[in-house]
Ligand binder design. Structure first.
Ligand code: NAP
Length: 449
């Protein structure tokens, strides 16, 4: 009798990226240590001949679109060309007869027979089934939410079944005399169920098709409103959107989703998917501090978190007033406490989203430090420069029950991490240990593009 042809029947867990959820941020391609991930103008894809299922790309992915696996015969693994043509992931396909008994490592080709997968096949399968664990050595960001965060709703609406929101308002946040057009867009959900927490995102489906005649893929935007909505008592949300007129290399371009959103009029409709995001969430327990660092439109989640705390404080004050006047019995209903500290960078005050409302917030609610990089006659300042100037206060906060949020330009990550490290060492704190502990405890969240 002939021995089975192991090479033909070997089975792998093929690593795939979900094109319906991927926001094309390039994080996976940058992270992959073996260069197995590549992309064209449409999709990010994984080369099954190179991927070794090391999982380094899993936790940095902001959407979870990276964490998909299909059991396939190695000889029938999906090619790059096939993946580049996908609008959605394929269903699991049946294995060829006899293949189920032979497993092979993704990448290494090591074969295990008799239905017992080799260690790394088993690891890859286990990793895909569980939430990825934080790894401070490879990722500076927590992959778990703060322990006291509210439970988020996820993926209620998909590409195939989006929810329709109606534009309730579209307001320019930047001065009329600057080119930078950033908008605050309020979307009403009517009676449709889409609860959102501060730090979560929604997908926007721009209408129309791309140059290849395919529907535009979704773009993700962080929600700028708190869980109680942009306006309390209304089922609505807000987004912070910058009109994209140039690509990363400075060439003139028209950003599909951003221009669609920035041009919306009251009464227009928008197709949304989501909610997305299960870790970049705020703590709910009294006394928890927030240290927020953002640039430009990265301010969206910070605005949501700050507004949530502001409303809680208002409610707290009202309860305290009622207690003092004897209207209700009990304690003063302390629900918040904790400090808010914000470092916010923009080119000029005229280009800083929410500049007006932000500067009106009382200092007892939030300790705000702004950094402007292009004010004529002034030296360029970035958020990391301001963190250095406030090193003592920052380190004091990092010693306590503090949750860090970093959102905005990818380029600021390194500078901000270095500034935090310096602040810690000036205060006698060992940054690698502080950072690792915060990452593991769901207290260090990064969302940069
Ligand atoms: P921007 O106006 O281009 O930049 C904001 C500020 O950051 C400027 O002062 C800029 O200075 C400065 N900056 C540039 N490089 C820096 C660095 N290496 N370190 C520190 N600061 C630096 O910002 P934007 O266009 O609004 O971009 C915001 C980013 O947030 C985008 O990448 C966006 O995708 C991302 N984001 C947006 C949302 C959302 O919901 N809208 C959510 C999450 C993330 P100079 O230009 O003068 O050098």
């Amino acid at each position: 009798m002939n021995a089975p042809d192991n090479a033909a029947l070997a089975v792998i867990k093929q690593h795939l990226i979900d094109p319906e959820v991927c926001i094309r941020c390039n994080t996976c391609e940058e992270t992959c240590p073996v260069d197995a991930i590549t992309h064209d103008s449409r999709n990010y894809v994984v080369n099954a001949d190179i991927c070794n299922a090391c999982n380094a790309c899993i936790s940095p992915c902001p959407t979870g679109s990276i964490d998909h696996w299909r059991t396939v015969a190695k000889a029938q693994a999906y090619t790059l060309e096939e993946q580049l043509g996908w609008d959605e992931l394929p269903a699991e396909k049946p294995l060829p007869a006899g293949a189920a008994d032979i497993a092979v490592d993704a990448g290494t080709g090591a074969v295990a027979t008799g239905g017992v997968p080799s260690a790394s096949v088993a690891n890859a399968a286990a990793a895909s089934a569980e939430a990825p664990q934080a790894n401070a050595a490879t990722s500076p960001s927590s992959t778990t939410a703060p322990w006291s965060a509210a439970h988020p709703y996820l993926h209620l609406y998909s590409l195939k079944k989006p929810v329709t929101a109606t534009v309730a308002g579209n307001f320019r946040l930047t001065s009329a005399n600057v080119d930078n057009d950033v908008r605050h867009i309020v979307l009403d959900l009517g009676t449709q169920f889409m609860p959102l927490l501060e730090g979560q995102s929604v997908g926007v489906l721009p209408p129309g098709v791309d140059a290849n005649g395919k529907p535009h893929y979704l773009r993700m935007y962080s929600v700028a409103s708190p869980r109680t909505g942009e306006r309390e008592g209304y089922n609505n949300l807000s987004l912070t959107v910058k009109r994209v007129t140039h690509d990363h290399d400075g060439r003139a371009t028209v950003g599909v989703a951003s221009n669609f959103l920035c041009d919306l009029k009251k009464g227009d409709t928008v197709q949304l998917t989501g909610p997305f995001g299960a870790s970049f969430l705020m703590p709910n327990h009294p006394g928890s501090n927030l240290l927020m660092v953002c640039t430009g439109t990265g301010s969206a989640p910070m605005r949501a978190m700050t507004e949530h705390r502001r409303r809680l404080k208002e409610a707290e004050r009202a309860v305290a007033g009622d207690v003092a006047r004897g209207v209700v019995k009990g304690d003063s209903g302390r629900v918040t406490g904790g400090k808010l500290m914000l470092f916010f960078g923009a080119r000029t005050p005229e280009e800083l989203p929410y500049f007006g409302p932000l500067t009106k917030l009382p200092p007892e609610l939030m300790d705000t430090t702004l950094a402007f990089s292009r004010v004529p006659g002034q030296p360029r300042a970035y958020v990391q420069d301001r963190i250095r100037e406030r090193a003592r206060d920052v380190a004091e906060l990092l010693r306590g029950d503090t949750f860090v949020y970093l959102c905005g330009l990818k380029g600021m990550e390194t500078g901000v991490l270095e500034a935090l490290q310096e602040a810690c060492s000036l205060a006698g704190l060992h940054w690698p240990a502080v950072h690792q502990r915060m990452v593991e405890e769901g207290r260090f969240h990064v969302e940069t593009y």
